[in-house]
Design a protein around this ligand. Structure first.
Ligand code: FES
Length: 274
């Protein structure tokens, strides 16, 4: 969920009726995980610092207004947290509905099928229906009606894409991975992994609102022409099929994988070995 705290001071709190004691500075999300409670999440990962962008991990805390993000909220002594109320379930389903309304529904033919956190979380929050029109990553849905926020209405020319001329174009310039902006939820995990894990700063988020997207440099630049060193940290961090290894696209998701540590430079980067 979120990186571990190294504090030696311990804090005791209550989550869904269970008492838990964790190091000071631990996030509510991580404390919940240690009691066996998995709070839905998309932008949080053990790899990089919490960012609080996806708003899926909302919780209720007694005595506090609103529903704070559990990934960016540190534990406090005596804190009473609830993670599974009907209000929270409705909010999370609403957030997921917005994400899925702006995402291709080609799961069965997507290289990330079965290894996609967006897919897992849609199931975890019980999403069954999407009431909203297509968003910025979509073009005409075949009805001839362009939704507000439609990419073509915003001046992005549709570019031919495997079997579907209607999605934003992929960046296939890097020899090892593919970047498909139509599947991006702008959680910033790749940008943070590039900075915090690799220290390269090759990626950024450009634009705002519907137009926000991951960018490898200036407009029109691609991954191959950027500062990217092809370390793969961004691909490992991506919770969707946006950044995918080309080998996985070609031969499928491995049946077995382990996390290992690269011995090459001594920085200690971890990566998946298959
Ligand atoms: Fe907490 Fe995304 S996981 S806001």
């Amino acid at each position: 969920g979120t990186p571990a705290s190294r504090s030696k001071t311990l804090v005791t709190l209550t989550i869904d009726g269970f008492e838990v004691t964790v190091p000071e500075g631990t996030s509510v999300m991580r404390a919940a995980k240690e009691t066996g409670i998995a709070i839905p999440k998309l932008c949080a990962t053990d790899m990089v610092d919490a960012f609080g962008s996806c708003r899926l991990c909302l919780v209720e805390i007694e005595g506090r207004a609103g529903t704070p993000a559990s990934c960016t909220t540190p534990v406090a002594p005596g804190m009473v947290v609830r993670t599974q109320t009907s209000q929270l379930k409705t909010l999370r389903r609403g957030v997921m509905e917005l994400y899925i309304s702006d995402h291709p529904l080609d799961c069965l033919t997507c290289g990330a099928n079965g290894d996609c956190e967006l897919q897992d979380m849609a199931g975890a929050v019980g999403l069954r229906d999407v009431r909203y029109p297509a968003g910025a990553n979509h073009y005409d849905d075949g009805t001839g009606t362009l939704a507000a926020g439609d990419a073509r209405a915003r001046g992005r020319a549709p570019v031919g894409d495997l079997g579907n001329p209607d999605w934003l174009p992929k960046d296939e310039s890097n020899p090892y991975f593919t970047y498909d902006p139509s599947k991006c939820i702008v959680c910033s995990r790749c940008v943070r992994a590039c900075e915090e894990v690799q220290g390269t700063f090759a990626l950024t988020i450009e634009g705002r609102g519907w137009d926000s997207r991951v960018s490898a440099g200036m407009a029109g630049d691609n991954f191959l022409g950027s500062e990217c060193v092809s370390c793969g940290a961004c691909v490992q961090a991506c919770p969707t099929g946006t950044l995918q290894e080309k080998s996985v696209i070609e031969i499928g998701v491995p049946e077995h994988s382990v996390i290992t540590t690269c011995a090459y430079c001594g920085v200690g980067c971890s990566f998946k070995a298959e």
